[in-house]
Design a protein around this ligand. Structure first.
Ligand SMILES: NC(=O)NCCC[C@H](N)C(=O)O
Length: 406
């Protein structure tokens, strides 16, 4: 299975990309939480156990699990000349500007992490000033803000593999992220999709060097012909214009329509997949806050290399019904109880990973929503979630499908 194939949100999942949360979570501190997009500090040991349980549920259901850190290490193992290039780029993008400090950090990483897998994990973890053993009286301290001793910031959001690069049909979008903290995550995608033998030929619909931001949580493969993208806090309309043109230009892509859903620009509605996810041929879980009138832009090719945009004002149900091609049922998070809905939405109750029509992975803690889903006949696979949920993303956010059956 070289390449990628994701033309649906629900067809049997065969291969998925995860990142096992690592020591980067140990570098979250109360005063960096906001900047690093966390609401609390997870207990790493338990977060890893929960993540391993997630991966095991997927394997037990016939899904091959591949890890981001392993793919990146394979790229460096197979192309030894890239190690230097990657390290220099990583240090530059970490905001280390002066030559002297670039060298100190380069030598530290290169000398102490000869194994590429360990090196990749270390780049994710970040570097504390105390590790560098430099003379504290020199100007390296200038690099360090008052509130943190991290010289190179950690990347704690990496376990949300949904966001930095997104599979669209047989292509990929290497995203430009909304936040400074998440922008370096896409370096790994750049290397994997340029050099890894399994992925280097995948068409690229968006580049991390573009100006406008777009994140994978906003991208939903409704079916082979229809793609949905959220206009959200994380994704700008200009990015959707650009990606639409690139997708329509690719003669191998069957996508005929892109629906740009205008969702509220706030953290509660962070991405389109926080608002709704498909769980069966005719069922979606939804954030109850989105059930009023909605504006969606239908984007189609104009036949001359450009795009044609039509505004649609309708309910989510009617819009989905039209493009999915049959009636759909929307199942609100919290089962209609306002308090349960707010509590469980906070813990990603409508952010499910569908691994086959009607079979979904959910956070165990959202028991009101899960009971409703079971009553509706879904096969609900529950994963432990006390710690992972503190990063504000659910099973869909924590996974990037690489291959679904057609
Ligand atoms: N697709 C998603 O909704 N991903 C969740 C990302 C959570 C992460 N803490 C973030 O704010 O980016």
């Amino acid at each position: 299975m070289a390449g990628v194939n994701v033309k649906s949100e629900i067809k049997p999942l065969k291969k998925v990309l995860l990142h096992r949360p690592g020591r980067e979570l140990l570098n979250l501190t109360p005063n960096t939480l906001e900047e690093l997009l966390f609401d609390d500090i997870p207990f790493l040991k338990v977060a890893q156990e929960e993540h391993d349980a997630f991966a095991q549920i997927l394997r037990d259901n016939g899904v091959e699990v591949v890890y981001l850190e392993k793919l990146m290490a394979e790229v460096l193992d197979q192309n030894p000349e890239l190690r230097e290039k990657f390290l220099k780029q990583f240090i530059e993008e970490a905001g280390i500007r002066t030559e002297r400090y670039q060298k100190i950090i380069y030598d530290y990483l290169n000398d102490n992490y000869p194994d590429n897998y360990d090196l990749v994990l270390k780049t994710m973890e970040g570097i504390n000033l105390t590790e560098l053993h430099t003379d504290k009286s020199n100007s390296l301290v200038d690099l360090v803000s008052d509130s943190s001793k991290m010289v190179v910031a950690p990347m704690p959001n990496l376990y949300f593999t949904r966001d930095p690069f997104a599979m669209i049909g047989n292509g990929v979008s290497i995203n430009r992220m909304y936040s400074v903290t998440r922008n370096r995550e896409t370096i790994y995608g750049e290397y994997i999709f340029t050099y890894h033998p399994e992925f280097k030929d995948v068409p690229e619909y968006y580049s991390r060097y573009n100006t406008f931001h777009i994140e994978g949580g906003d991208i939903l493969n409704i079916n082979d012909k229809v793609l949905a993208i959220g206009i959200s806090q994380r994704t700008e309309p200009d990015a959707i214009d650009a990606i639409a043109k690139n997708i329509f230009e690719d003669s191998t892509s069957p996508i005929e329509t892109i629906l740009a859903f205008n969702i509220p620009n706030s953290r509660a509605f962070m991405h389109l997949d926080t608002v709704f996810t498909q769980i069966d041929v005719d069922k979606f879980t939804v954030h109850p806050g989105i059930l009023g009138p909605l504006t969606v832009f239908e984007i189609t090719p104009d036949g001359q290399g450009g795009i044609h945009v039509k505004e649609i004002n309708d309910t989510l149900e009617d819009i989905l019904e039209k493009y999915v091609g049959h009636p759909v049922e929307l199942i609100p998070c919290g089962g209609g109880d306002r308090i349960a809905a707010e509590r469980e939405q906070w813990n990603d109750g409508s952010n499910t990973l569908c691994i086959a029509p009607g079979t979904i992975v959910v956070y165990e803690r959202n028991d009101v929503t899960n009971a409703v889903l079971k009553e509706k006949g879904l096969k609900v696979l529950e994963m432990p979630s006390a710690e992972l949920s503190r990063g504000r993303g659910g099973p869909r956010c924590m996974s990037m499908p690489i291959w679904r059956e057609d």
